[in-house]
Design a protein around this ligand. Structure first.
Ligand SMILES: [Zn+2]
Ligand SMILES: [Zn+2]
Length: 732
């Protein structure tokens, strides 16, 4: 006989871990117990013959349910006690540390089998779930994760569900907090936008409406989507007009990867990402365009698989098994999470509303990923990932980080953990700033954190800065501001556990230490000390932020370095009056920018790719979509500047194909950035910032780097990852 005490840590609560341990213990014939220790730990004691214990361990590694994530296993010899059986012990009240909040996961295959099985009591049930799947974070009011602390408290279990809930032999439903069935669970309703109830099967009727060209809001896990028929140009155009989103790509939800493969190229790794329980939207290379209005001017579409039985049943009722599923919001504002919001904010956008009566407690947008130069990149980290812990290698004092401003996330950090809020959106809008505040407060309360530090960006115009000051006063916490691009680099440092190196931080505009708009920076750092070593050549940034919306203004400002304003007129799409104003502004302005984003904007205007930015990054994304060759051109490095002006002289003086200009400049810019970084003889180069997701820039960097190149995989390289970098600042 042998006895061991085993401590498992990781995501082991709310995911059926203890019943799993119970089952494999019974199967392998060991005795003892399993119990929650709180935090992220579960304790197991096993007593048995050596071969039984060996079987227990091998079953453990073979059968571990996928939502459980084990980070550490500690095994100790223990005294042999005389247990009669194996038991799941009630978690004691001694638990102090709060565990990890489980994220929302896609419906699992087992649950879908039940939904499609006529004989099962969950047949056709749109809300079927088990311990391994379904909404979790989005329905939690507070921890511990018990049914009465979730919005499932409105749905007391029927006797059949209760029986499964109490049966430790029941693999997927024992102690599973969110379970329900057609008898006891949430219900679906279909109404027109005026509130008139439509009687009949809500899912079949919704499918019919979509195929008739109607626009339908659909309540999901973390908010509302807007669904339309992706093959119907008229309805896509109508939705674009109503949402005032003339160009922004719409995501497509499909019933299977086979359906997606009809329209996009899907590699093995991409298929794996699509099918993962997090079910992110994945940007995939187009094969065949469904409609040219889905993602105008782009070479990729965003696809994702159904992630609730409701989605599955709806898609299955559609002839083509695929639907536009774009987020149910007004441009720039948070996605609606209740029917009242839809009927108010979206009354001029949607025709019908399909909703259910389970409350969404936390708004959780869809996550978005892509693969760039063979690296997996997170573009938006939300459903499936938030608010799981990101472990860092060092201990951090309790910290709040407020990120930047656009596509923002906040974070709290303590011990060796950083917890990012779900994607919040642009915090220059009051509604989003409130969302940020609520998310941070929820995390502070959940983990009983009193912050010692509050960290914000240096930009004095950011609204997130005001919130940071408010938190700092409220908690008497020390207040720090971290330069935008240094924070971008620190997010890589935090994820990879390094504390020195050379950063390539490339993006739109971040507030520089000299007050200028930085965005193409080579920064050397050691701990919390950093120095800006190289940057893109400064160009006049007269007028400031308005240039980001008007790529032709940027083009004119670049050209004004070597052309007269008379000559500039021939190359830009600006009115006589606009040019006059810009000329005057530029003569008075003392504001400069070194932004990669603004450089790409100017090139994009010159190549007639984009003259008005209607969504974040549009000109650069459309430039990236052009497929050209890499020609012979190099950006000169003069002093501490990478000279971007030379690029304009180069293509003005040569008769070149547009596609070749686009591809060459992106690739060669990556090469120039890494060449500058290599002059500092770094061991490693940390690449971050919104522009670093660009396929060609990243390839230019990777192809030409001698040092190890580190990029982010857990958080977005764009501003959605800044809060991680800020959280790491006081660690160094
Ligand atoms: Zn399930
Ligand atoms: Zn039930």
């Amino acid at each position: 006989m042998k006895a061991y005490k085993i401590i498992f840590s990781g995501i082991v609560q709310g995911v059926g871990f203890r019943p799993f341990i119970y089952r494999i213990a019974v199967k392998s014939g060991v005795r003892g117990y399993v119990r929650n220790l709180g935090g992220s730990e579960v304790e197991v004691k096993i007593v048995g013959k050596e071969e039984n214990i060996a079987e227990f361990m091998s079953l453990f590694f073979l059968k571990l349910p996928s939502p459980a994530k084990i980070e550490k296993i500690i095994v100790e010899d223990s005294e042999i006690e005389n247990f009669k059986e194996f038991q799941i012990l009630k978690s004691g009240s001694t638990i102090k540390e709060v565990g990890e909040i489980p994220p929302d996961l896609s419906v699992c295959d087992e649950c879908m089998k039940e939904v499609l099985n006529e004989k099962d009591r969950h047949y056709m049930y749109p809300f079927n779930s088990c311990a391994y799947c379904g909404p979790k974070f989005s329905i939690i009011y507070k921890l511990p994760y018990d049914r009465e602390n979730t919005s499932m408290k409105d749905f007391p279990m029927c006797s059949s569900c209760q029986k499964e809930y109490e049966d430790p032999e029941n693999e997927r439903r024992f102690d599973a907090q969110g379970i329900s069935c057609p008898i006891c669970g949430p219900k679906l309703f279909l109404e027109d936008i005026k509130g008139e109830r439509i009687e009949g099967d809500p899912i079949a009727l919704t499918a019919k409406l979509i195929e008739e060209g109607k626009i339908v809001a659909i309540k999901g896990i973390g908010g509302f989507h807007i669904a339309i028929d992706p093959f119907n140009d008229d309805v896509i155009i109508r939705l674009r007009e109503r949402k005032k989103r003339p160009q922004q790509p719409f995501a497509l939800m499909a019933i299977s990867t086979d359906v997606i493969k009809k329209y996009a190229e899907v590699s093995e790794i991409e298929e794996e990402i699509l099918r993962s329980p997090e079910r992110p939207i994945l940007l995939l290379k187009k094969r065949e365009s469904i409609s040219k209005y889905i993602s105008p001017g782009l070479d990729r579409d965003g696809f994702f698989l159904y992630y609730t039985p409701l989605h599955y049943l709806l898609l299955n009722s559609l002839k083509n098994k695929i639907s536009v599923m774009t987020s149910g919001n007004i441009h720039g504002l948070p996605m609606c999470i209740d029917e009242e919001c839809v009927k108010d904010k979206l009354k001029d956008v949607v025709d019908y509303v399909l909703y259910h009566n389970r409350k969404i407690v936390h708004r959780v947008d869809d996550s978005v990923m892509r693969i760039s130069s063979r690296r997996i990149i997170m573009l938006r980290r939300s459903r499936g990932f938030a608010p799981t812990w990101i472990r860092i290698k060092k201990k951090v004092e309790p910290t709040i980080a407020l990120g930047a401003e656009l596509q923002n996330t906040g974070a709290i950090a303590f011990d060796d953990k950083v917890i990012l809020t779900p994607y919040v959106g642009d915090t220059d809008k009051l509604e989003n700033l409130e969302e940020m505040e609520n998310s941070i407060r929820f995390l502070l309360n959940t983990y009983s954190i009193k912050p010692k530090y509050v960290i914000a960006d240096k930009n004095p115009a950011y609204q997130s800065l005001r919130l940071a000051k408010k938190f700092s006063e409220e908690f008497s916490a020390e207040f720090y501001q971290v330069q935008h691009h240094f924070a971008h680099g620190l997010s890589v440092a935090a994820e990879k556990g390094v504390d020195e190196g050379v950063i390539i931080a490339i993006d739109g505009i971040g507030y520089g230490d000299d007050g200028n708009g930085w965005g193409g920076e080579i920064i050397k750092f050691e701990g919390s000390k950093y120095s800006r070593e190289y940057h893109l050549r400064y160009v006049n940034y007269a007028g400031g932020d308005i240039n980001a919306k008007k790529p032709d203004r940027m083009l004119a400002l670049f050209l004004s370095n070597f052309l007269s304003w008379e000559e500039i007129k021939k190359h830009v799409k600006l009115s006589e009056k606009e040019i006059k104003i810009l000329e005057m502004q530029s003569k008075k302005s003392s504001l400069y920018t070194s932004s990669v984003g603004r450089f790409l904007d100017a090139v994009s205007a010159f190549l007639d790719v984009c003259h008005e930015r209607t969504y974040e990054g549009e000109p650069a994304i459309k430039l990236e979509a052009m497929k050209g060759r890499i020609l012979d051109f190099d950006f000169p490095i003069k002093g501490e500047e990478i000279d971007t002006i030379e690029a304009f002289k180069w293509f003005l003086n040569n008769n070149l194909r547009k596609e070749d200009i686009a591809t060459t400049l992106q690739y060669k810019l990556g090469e120039a950035l890494v060449n500058a970084a290599e002059r500092l003889n770094p061991e490693r180069i940390l690449v971050s910032g919104g522009a670093s997701v660009n396929e060609y820039i990243l390839k230019g960097i990777l192809d030409n780097a001698k040092a190890e190149v580190l990029t982010l995989s857990k958080v977005p390289p764009g501003d959605g990852g800044i809060s991680l970098g800020q959280s790491y600042f006081k660690v160094l």
